[in-house]
Each structure stands twice: as structure tokens, then as C-alpha cells.
Design a binder for this molecule. Structure first.
Ligand code: OAD
Length: 235
């Protein structure tokens, strides 16, 4: 880390777990243990019941708005200030990395705090005073939807190309707080691996990446990342 000139980091919901934002696949507490993604996170679900989908995302948006970035987010923002070329690739839609001060953030799965027109696919804010659920697009009248990637949808093309590029061309890749089960994000550390990049994984649990990583650090992001930074840079 001390000698790295170029670092790419992939984060997942585990990095926000200590900010009390729920993860997805953990038994009992994960969102997909309590809710059916097919009813809430697919284009078909939105066509079937736009009100249900909008309200579920409004609930999650409120959780995110109350959340505060934790020491893991802060350590990654600090790491960016020390590395000449840095990319923070996140699957999270909660915006906590930017709120912690990270600048080069690539949001692979969108951002829950934004809305977009379901017909025109452009980011728009609901009109003030719009009481429809979901609100309507101010320009064409179609329903607004959260600006997040649903199952069965493609990732934002530029974001994925940039992430791929960063994974291939860095000299150190960190995978933090992700189960590594959702493609194509899960392929990024393997792209790095094939390019000979050193891989560090941080996760309290076993993942498919662990056996391939140069270092698999078993622990919470909010604990391990600050220790790693202190070890590398002192303070
Ligand atoms: P998962 O719920 O699949 O995985 C969360 C990971 O975080 C697990 O491997 C946990 O062991 C780990 N974890 C839990 N607490 C942690 C902590 N304090 N520090 C570090 N790691 C911790 O969530 P993701 O991998 O983010 O996509 O899931 C990927 C995608 O699947 C999400 O972006 C979402 C979901 O469906 C969409 O909504 C498109």
C-alpha cells in the first residue's frame, strides 16, 4: 500500500453495515432475506406495482438519509488523498462514500437519492408539491423511478468501462464488504487478478474471492481499514 501508485477499491453493502444500512444476503438481517427482490427490484415489478416499489425505495432512502458515514468510509476517503491514481468503485446506492469525502467514486448500481424518468431514462427531480406515488416526470408525465440498477438491467455503460479500466490498470485492488455474488461487479477483482494486481479482501466472512486474494483480512471494514491505514502511514 505504501508503495502503490494506483489503487482501485470495490465496495459492497458490508462497508455501510456499521452505518446501520442493511446488507442484502446476510441471513436474518439482509434485505433479500426479508423481501423478495422479484417483487421490488426488477423492471417488471415496477410495471406491476409502481406504488409498492416507489414506497419501498422511499423507506430505504430514509434509512440512508439518517445514516452517517463510518470509519471505513472515512479511511477510504483518506486513502484517496494519499494515492496518486485512485478509483473507488461501489455497488452501494447510499452515497455514503461521497458524504465521507471520497471524490473519485464510480457508482455501478446508481444512487437511491436520485430519481429518473421511467420512459426517457434521464435523471430528474420530482416537481415540488407532486403528491402522486410515484411522482410524474415534469417533462413527459411518465412515472419517476429510483435511479438504481434493477435485476435484469444493464449497468451504466461509462461507469462499468471506467471500473474495468481501473481494475486492470491499478497495482493494488481492495475488495471490501461484498459477497462477490452479483455480476458483473464480482468479475472486477478477477480482472485485476488476471492482470497480476495484488488483491486485498476485507470481509468478516468467507467469499469466493478469499482463496484467490493475496491477503484476506477477516474483520469489519470500519475496524480493519483504519488499522491498515495506520500501519501504512502512521498516525
Ligand atoms: P451482500 O449482502 O451480498 O454482501 C454483503 C457482504 O458484506 C457479506 O459478504 C458480509 O459478510 C459483508 N459484511 C457484513 N458486515 C461487514 C462489515 N462490517 N465490514 C465488511 N464486510 C461486511 O451485499 P453486496 O455484495 O453489496 O444490487 O451485494 C451486491 C449487490 O446485490 C447490491 O449492490 C445489490 C444486491 O442485489 C442491486 O440492488 C442491483
Amino acid at each position: 500500500m505504501q508503495s502503490s501508485k494506483s489503487v482501485a477499491v470495490l465496495t459492497g453493502s458490508g462497508v455501510s453495515a456499521e452505518s446501520v444500512v442493511p446488507t442484502f444476503r446476510e441471513a436474518q438481517t439482509g434485505l433479500w432475506a426479508r423481501y423478495n427482490p422479484e417483487e421490488l427490484a426488477t423492471p417488471e415489478a415496477f410495471v406491476r406495482d409502481p406504488r409498492l416499489v416507489w414506497e419501498w425505495y422511499s423507506w430505504r432512502r430514509e434509512l440512508v438519509e439518517q445514516a452517517i458515514p463510518n470509519s471505513g468510509h472515512e479511511a477510504l476517503a483518506e486513502l484517496e488523498r494519499r494515492i496518486p491514481s485512485f478509483a473507488l468503485i461501489t455497488q452501494n446506492v447510499d452515497g455514503l462514500h461521497r458524504r465521507a469525502g471520497s471524490q473519485s467514486v464510480i457508482e455501478l448500481h446508481g444512487n437511491i437519492r436520485r430519481s429518473k424518468c421511467s420512459r426517457e431514462d434521464v435523471v430528474v427531480e420530482p416537481r415540488e408539491g407532486d403528491t402522486d406515488v410515484p411522482p410524474s416526470c415534469p417533462s413527459c408525465g411518465a412515472s419517476l423511478r429510483p435511479d438504481v440498477v434493477w435485476f435484469g438491467e444493464a449497468l451504466p455503460r461509462d461507469a462499468f468501462a471506467e471500473a474495468f479500466d481501473a481494475a486492470r490498470n491499478c497495482d493494488l485492488f481492495l475488495s471490501v464488504g461484498t459477497s462477490g455474488l452479483v455480476q458483473p461487479a464480482a468479475s472486477l477483482p478477477f480482472e485485476a487478478l488476471h492482470s497480476g494486481v495484488t488483491i486485498i479482501e476485507i470481509n468478516p466472512d468467507e467469499t469466493p474471492l478469499a482463496q484467490h486474494a493475496d491477503y484476506a483480512l477477516r474483520g469489519r471494514a470500519g475496524e480493519v481499514l483504519p488499522v491498515l491505514l495506520r500501519a501504512a502511514y502512521g498516525g
